[in-house]
Design a protein around this ligand. Structure first.
Ligand code: F6P
Length: 513
């Protein structure tokens, strides 16, 4: 019997290592485990079974730490850590440039934010080659190499060019765009062919998977798709690939347990004591234009205008966590958010002490975040587009009394799972979101409980561990140990301009299932 992926050597590859690395004032290396779904899911497996994590430390190249120094500074992690050093120019061209000024906005349906500088692509290739070399140097022949996210799509092609014949899988944490959006990418052929190199490609939602299959059909020749259910098989020439959707979850049990701690309850109560007789609305987002913060603030303002009875009765607590501030659009966004918050507060604040928006710009300590989740009667999760959005899942999980309301964007990956319980909104529809805010504030208790119970059940059923095990099951079933040797270089790729007519959506739907 084949070993399960967790039994064979597992190599996780992601842009960032699972540690936040820095130096203390005396110049000593400091590293502490990062948070986030991938880290929470993989650390216990790697600690228990061993394996390797390859990624960037986030430090400048000249300051980069040796694997031994890193391992020592986190306390022995129980698995091998392989840092990939990036020069300053690589950080600008690969991370800020190609990853975050091209793929990020395009895959989030925001092409006007793209900066299609040709040199960004060169850096993307160069850094993906570095990662591929680190994989080739550190993976054993029977390793399973699991590559994560949009920064590293091209690792697939680079491994082929290095002649490394490894079992590989890839998971895209962000959305995969529609064909019309993907076609705008000048490097669409290369990127798609690289994705096709992986034995299994996983997406967050069925919609993302459909988009990928549609792009394959449009851009490559001789694509056939078989199977139905969570994982399909794609054949392009002599290349076979499994393609699935695996919505990422959270560690439900741990979140619910921590949310129930007396310290969290006390801090949540303290918030209500400070803001008595108010319904608390809560938003917490990384500083990012995809999160729809500006439109959300405008919708809140609209709610205060259309439903004046909300005034003095609601407070919006909006937390923005600093992110990617070296990129000018992020820097500008911060200014725009702060101007809008202050405009709305200036317009509505009452002398009696009512301030409509409490704005926080920093990362929260975990207990404070849980306290906000528990204190808020309504959460506003209204991204313009999001791979999944774990805030939505965390908020519901922390609603241990099951009486809170989630207002959720149709364009968050989480919508596919939570639409039965959330108040669904189009984040571009300012009046629609305003009315949803009003409805959330007035919703009868019975309805709130029914909806929240439904969402929590789903989040508990498909938690983080379900995500890992369903991905590994698919790898085990679909990615052969004996890799084919006869894959042609082109696997059906077409020259641009030769695209076959796209399948009709209905037709595609039938074939894809
Ligand atoms: O959602 C994609 C993602 O890369 C997450 O994995 C990460 O938490 C976030 O964006 C911010 O990432 P970074 O600071 O590395 O750009």
């Amino acid at each position: 019997m084949n070993p399960s992926p967790a039994e064979q050597q597992l190599v996780i590859v992601s842009n960032r290592l699972p540690f936040i690395v820095g130096r203390d004032p005396a110049g000593r290396l400091e590293a502490r485990p990062a948070s986030g779904g991938l880290v929470t899911a993989m650390l216990p497996i790697l600690r228990q079974k061993g394996g390797t994590w390859i990624g960037w430390t986030g430090l400048p190249e000249k300051d980069d730490a040796s694997p031994a120094a890193l391992a020592e500074s986190v306390g022995w992690p129980g698995f091998a850590v392989v840092p990939v050093a990036l020069s300053d120019e690589e950080v600008v061209g690969f991370y800020e440039g190609f990853s975050n000024e091209i793929i990020w906005p395009l895959f989030h349906d925001l092409p006007s934010f793209c900066e299609f500088a040709p040199s960004h692509w060169d850096y993307y290739l160069r850094v993906n080659r570095k990662f591929a070399r680190a994989i080739a140097d550190n993976a054993a022949p029977d390793s399973l190499v699991w590559v994560h996210d949009y920064h590293l799509i091209n690792v697939g092609s680079e491994l082929r060019q290095l002649g490394a014949r490894l079992r590989t899988a890839f998971f895209l944490h962000i959305p995969f765009p529609s064909i019309d959006m993907f076609m705008k990418l000048p490097w669409r052929q290369s990127l798609l062919r690289s994705l096709l190199e992986y034995g299994l490609v996983g997406f967050q939602t069925l919609n993302d998977r459909r988009n990928y299959v549609q792009c394959l059909r449009r851009l490559l020749r001789g694509v056939s798709v078989s199977g139905k259910g969570q994982v399909l098989r794609v054949t392009v020439g002599d290349r076979h690939q499994a393609v699935g959707h695996f919505p990422i979850g959270i560690d439900f049990a741990d979140f619910a347990h921590r949310a129930a701690a007396p310290e969290v309850r006390e801090r949540a109560q303290a918030l209500h004591n400070l803001l008595p007789d108010r319904r608390l609305l809560f938003g917490v987002d990384r500083l990012d234009y995809t999160k729809g913060i500006l439109l959300r603030l405008r919708a809140y303002r609209e709610a205060l205008i259309r439903h004046p009875e909300l005034r003095q009765r609601v407070t919006l607590i909006q937390v923005v966590v600093p992110s990617r501030e070296h990129i000018s659009t992020y820097f500008d966004l911060r200014t725009q958010i702060e101007q809008l918050v202050s405009r709305i507060n200036g317009e509505f604040t009452e002398p009696g002490g009512w301030v409509p928006i409490h704005y926080v710009f920093r990362s929260l300590d975990p207990v404070d975040l849980l306290a906000y989740y528990r204190a808020a009667e309504v959460a506003l999760v209204t991204p313009l587009k999001d791979g999944m959005n774990l805030v939505a899942k965390e908020y519901c999980t922390c609603s241990i009394e099951e009486d809170c309301v989630l207002v959720l964007s149709e364009f968050a990956g989480a919508a596919a799972q939570l639409r039965g319980g959330a108040l669904m909104v189009n984040p571009y529809d300012i009046e629609g979101v305003a009315d949803a805010i009003y409805r959330a504030c007035c919703m009868p208790e019975q309805e709130r409980r029914r909806r929240m119970r439904r969402m929590r059940r789903e989040i508990m059923r498909r938690d983080l561990f379900w995500w890992v095990s369903s991905f590994f099951n698919a790898v085990n079933k679909e990615v052969p140990h004996e890799l084919q040797t006869n894959q042609s270089d082109e696997h059906g790729a077409m020259a641009d301009g030769e695209n076959p007519v796209d399948a009709e959506p209905g037709d595609l739907h039938r074939r894809v299932g």
